[in-house]
Ligand binder design. Structure first.
Ligand SMILES: [Zn+2]
Length: 345
């Protein structure tokens, strides 16, 4: 907990190093000496100005000092309490890539359209306060970092700090500094993430590759060759040229420029930029190879995208893989059960 010139932090027994505790909370509470103490915002009305900026700077600081935070699963929770289990297991492979990312999205997603961030914090819909103040701000700051680059975002934060230390900034003061330092209009962004409650979600709606109807010179591994063929599924008839169509859809109300990556079976990649404004857009490619898969926002720029699972699509379904996995798992349990049964009988 933060107090002027003083803060407290908690810890527990058996904390594996790398799991983020108690380092994270220590950095966070110390961070409040900057965001709200030196830059004296009104946390009653604009909690996001200290909690949000502080959540973001906590993650950045943690990552610089300790690297990526790893997921810790705790077991043996005392029943009937809200204590966490005392036995920790750190799962090395599961990392919070900049802890504002996965961890923060889990909370924010539930409150994405619940309230505009711009109304006074004390009027937020109950239970959404922390999701909007902490998680949403961290996600849109991280999105802005990806969009403008760290050098620019760092300059925005340090300019805001220098200009408003020992003073009382309001949200519009932060936005004015951001536009001045970035040297561009960012109203389109703040209008959506702050003054409204737009939800961002881009999806690959459909992908297909069909044999193309072509007549003309076709590039086959560097050799030009004349072909004339009908459009049927046998690619050889069409000179081995496939017409690939990828439809990208803006599912959410929020608008953000996105890249679309198309990866073909021969390993070739095509990357297109889309302003993301209209509800959908179709990308067409004619190439000597079928599409393997397509991804919208392949670099994870838009961290506010509330559904990442629809951001990519394989042309050929791999639906059998989960079936194989679950069949194997059930067979293992069955084998275990029979072995145990056999032991006692
Ligand atoms: Zn805090």
């Amino acid at each position: 907990m933060e107090y002027p010139t003083l803060f407290t932090a908690g810890t527990r027994l058996f904390n594996p190093f790398g799991g983020g505790s108690p380092e994270g909370v220590t950095i966070h509470e110390a961070g409040h000496q900057f965001w709200y103490a030196l830059v004296g915002n009104n946390e009653f009305e604009y909690a996001w100005l200290d909690e949000g900026l502080n959540t973001f700077s906590t993650s950045r600081t943690y990552n610089v000092a300790y690297g990526e935070e790893q997921y810790v699963k705790r077991y043996f929770k005392p029943p009937g309490t809200d204590m966490r289990g005392f036995f920790p297991l750190m799962l090395d492979g599961i990392r919070y890539s900049g802890s504002f990312w996965q961890e923060r999205m889990n909370g924010y997603r539930l409150a994405a359209t619940s309230d505009s961030q711009a109304i006074p914090t004390y009027m937020y819909f109950p239970s959404t306060g922390s999701k909007l103040s902490y998680s949403k701000t961290a996600l849109w700051l991280a999105t802005l970092e990806n969009y403008l680059g760290w050098d620019t975002l760092q300059a925005i934060l340090s300019t805001f700090f220098e200009r408003w230390k020992f003073r009382h900034p309001k949200p519009e003061d932060f936005f004015a500094v951001a536009e001045e330092v970035a040297d561009q209009d960012l109203d389109w962004f703040f209008d959506q993430v702050y003054r409204a409650a737009e939800e961002f979600d881009y999806a690959i709606e459909s992908v297909k590759s069909k044999s193309a109807a072509v007549e003309g010179m076709v590039d086959r591994e560097g050799e030009l060759e004349y072909v004339a063929g009908p459009a049927d599924d046998d690619a050889d008839d069409a000179g081995g040229v496939y017409r690939t169509e990828v439809v990208v859809r803006r599912v959410g109300g929020g608008i953000f420029p996105v890249d679309v990556l198309m990866v073909f079976e021969d390993g070739e990649e095509v990357r297109e930029s889309w302003d993301g404004r209209y509800r959908w857009r179709k990308f067409v490619e004619e190439r000597p190879s079928k599409l393997s898969y397509a991804v919208v926002d392949p670099d994870f720029i838009l961290l506010l995208d509330t559904n990442r699972t629809n951001n990519s699509r394989l042309r050929e379904s791999q639906a059998t893989l989960p079936a194989v996995k679950w069949t194997t798992r059930w067979m293992l349990w069955l084998q275990d059960f029979l072995a145990t049964f056999g032991f006692f009988v």
